[in-house]
Design a protein around this ligand. Structure first.
Ligand code: DGL
Length: 265
């Protein structure tokens, strides 16, 4: 039996649109509802209790919209609140940590993996634990890069200042000979060009959005939750505060104008 209900996607803000884009490319027939919790951004500096509370309210809102599955596009919410969301919401809930780990492990390299993420994700050690489960012998280090989120929001995707900030952060781990850089925050993939200018040749940056899309497709197929009807309604966008449609981050991710409906959580 086919299921035409939408798939919910939430992030603390707009970075999760990079995940939504991969999902809608992988499953063009599916309907999506996106929620950006702009009013309470950033999650990356907040405690587990607060991020859990916010994540549950976002999840509950999307469940009320009739979604059949939830994607936690935010790394911080995935790191701090995924088990709670899976326990509370009564629908399949997937996060971005495991797909990110898969992306990093798929690079043919034995070198150290460097995870770049928010302070909250780094402190949770969710990535370290996931790598230890999947490949206990692999050396993994992590680094919080809080300044990269506002630079991405500002649209400085390929910019000398962004490169300088990345270079400064990476200098903190220069003693380690890492070979793979996992972009463990929704905003960082937007800065991939700046990363490629800074990273020495042979070092590769990866993120898990593509793998997440494939895995969700597979999960929905197994659970008989894929739709059989083409999506004629586009994507619905909600946010918890006003968003300027001219924001560079929107233009970079979705060519057309996006209208966000305001929601009070
Ligand atoms: N969405 C967050 C993440 O992926 C980054 C922005 C924030 O701190 O809320 O971790």
């Amino acid at each position: 039996m086919a299921d035409s209900r939408p798939i919910g996607v939430f992030d603390s803000g707009l970075g999760g649109l990079s995940v939504l884009r991969e999902l809608s490319l992988a499953m063009p027939q599916e309907r999506f509802i996106y929620l950006g919790d702009i009013a309470r951004l950033p999650y990356g500096t907040k405690s587990q209790a607060v991020v859990s509370k916010y994540s549950i309210s976002c999840g509950n809102f999307l469940v009320q919209q009739g979604i059949k599955a939830l994607v936690v596009a935010c790394n911080t919410a995935s790191a701090l609140a995924l088990p709670l969301l899976q326990q509370e919401l009564g629908i399949p809930v997937v996060g971005v940590i495991e797909p990110g780990v898969s992306a990093a492990l798929s690079v043919p390299s034995e070198e150290t993996i460097l995870v770049l993420a928010t302070e909250g994700t780094v402190k949770s050690e969710a990535y370290l634990q996931a790598f230890a489960r999947r490949n206990p012998s692999r050396h993994v280090i992590q680094l919080a890069c809080p300044l990269l989120v506002p630079l991405a929001e500002e649209g400085w995707f390929e910019h000398s200042i962004t490169e300088s900030v990345i270079r400064t952060y990476l200098s903190q781990v220069k003693a380690h000979s890492y070979g793979v850089v996992l972009l463990g925050c929704t905003h960082y993939p937007l800065l991939e060009k700046s990363f490629s200018h800074v990273l020495e040749s042979g070092k590769q940056s990866v993120h898990g959005a593509h793998i997440l899309a494939q895995e969700l497709h597979q999960l929905l197929r197994e659970k008989n939750l894929l739709t059989s009807q083409p999506n004629t309604q586009g994507i619905q966008f909600f946010s918890t505060d006003r968003i300027k449609t001219s924001l560079p981050i929107l233009r970079a991710l979705f060519q057309e104008d996006i209208h966000f409906s305001l929601v009070d959580l």
